[in-house]
Write a protein that binds this ligand. Structure first.
Ligand code: FMN
Length: 360
């Protein structure tokens, strides 16, 4: 008898049994030598918590808001393309699972179901992730997103070119059907083998002003890792930033998101919301990211594992495990609510004797 997974790592193991090797590798893999992929996880072990004693934590409040939208836990579903490879219902199961868990899904533009179908099944809030290939296509998809009730646009900016995801090349990964587009529109002749390549290498900051002129939806940039870009983003009127290296799937050697977070938080100085993704697997990881200034985190692969193991229920269970772990961690750390989580809760590994909140 297979026991229900106790934690996200057990989901990971069970998911592998449900997926073909090529799909498993596509989901799990990173770029080049996967240095950043591993570092994303390792970064959490470099941060220590400073729990406070004798605080009334008889109930811990996990609720928060993102861009004004209430959610029951500060954990969002990250955009991941190709969810139909994990489960026949793909994104439809994920959006229902996210809604049941009381949180928000960021729907990937490269979903296997159309953004309208996904919106119809949604019981919770959702944002739409975009890549910009051409202005005409982008205008069209923004109009569709607005009509279907998406509440924000998440523009991914870490992907001017496809990266070298060599596991996919080695496996001859066949890709997946596009739910929103005619695939031919997106294949670039310069794409390397195995990539359904999207190349947006001529896109610059001006495009953001153009995008803002198209829509009143708030715009969140995904893939920011530096204070410099955070400041540019603010000048171009973004509502939020996702500190992310695409789960180690783009520039290998780029800084783990958790390490980049403090400089982005400092640069932003409260002028927009900042979120983080990459390597979140435990409630204590969420707590550390929030203590370092993130308003919420996003999870990518763990949602795919839940989806592969048990569809909508699996997604819901993965998110509820993270919620329960976060609740326990907050109680043990003396934090009765998300609002009470601040930088004095963490210190960097190896810094002894300092009473200052650590920065990475
Ligand atoms: C299989 C897969 C597909 C992804 N597709 C997209 C995508 O289409 N757009 C995007 O912005 N990010 C995409 N990402 C990156 C995720 O949004 C997120 O940044 C990353 O998965 C977070 O790391 P984690 O998997 O360790 O939680 C993808 C990630 C994976 C694993």
């Amino acid at each position: 008898m297979v026991l229900p997974p106790l934690n996200l790592f057990e989901y990971e193991k069970q998911a592998q049994e449900h997926l073909d090797t090529a799909v498993w590798d596509h989901y799990q893999g990173g770029s080049d030598d996967e240095v950043t992929l591993r570092a994303c996880r390792d970064a959490f072990a470099q941060v220590w918590l400073r729990p406070r004693a004798l605080v009334d934590v008889s109930s811990c409040d996990l609720r928060t808001t993102v861009l004004g939208t209430p959610i029951s836990v500060p954990v969002l579903v990250a955009p991941t393309g190709g969810q139909g490879l994990a489960h026949s219902e793909g994104e439809l199961a994920t959006v229902r699972g996210a809604g049941a868990a009381g949180t928000l899904m960021v729907v990937a533009m490269f979903s296997t179901r159309s953004l309208e179908e996904i919106a119809q099944q949604a019981t919770g809030p959702r944002w739409l992730q975009l890549y910009v290939r051409s202005r005409a296509q982008t205008r069209h998809v923004v109009q569709r997103a607005q009509a279907a009730g998406y509440q924000a646009l998440v523009l991914t900016v870490d992907s001017p070119r496809p990266a070298r995801c060599e596991r996919d090349w080695r496996n001859g990964f066949a890709g997946f059907p596009f739910g929103n587009y005619d695939e031919a529109e997106f294949i670039d002749p310069r794409a390397t083998e195995g990539d359904k390549a999207l190349i947006q290498d001529a896109v610059t900051w001006e495009m953001l002003d153009w995008l803002r002129s198209l829509t009143s939806l708030p715009i969140v940039l995904k893939g920011i890792l530096t204070a410099e870009d955070a400041r540019f983003a603010l000048e171009h009127g973004v509502a939020g930033l996702i500190v992310s290296n695409h789960g180690g799937r783009r520039l290998d050697g780029s800084v783990p998101a958790l390490m980049a977070l403090p400089e982005v938080i400092e640069a932003v100085a409260g002028r927009c919301e900042v979120y983080l993704d990459g390597g979140i697997r435990r409630g204590t990881d969420v707590l550390k990211a929030l203590a370092l200034g993130a308003r919420a985190v996003l999870v990518g692969r763990p949602v795919l594992w839940g989806l592969a193991v048990n569809g909508e229920q699996g997604v819901r269970h993965v998110l509820s495990i993270l919620s329960q772990e976060l609740e326990t961690a907050m109680a043990l750390a003396g934090c009765p609510g998300v609002k009470q989580i601040h930088s004095s809760l963490v210190r960097q590994r190896g810094t002894f004797g300092s009473r200052e909140p650590a920065s990475l």
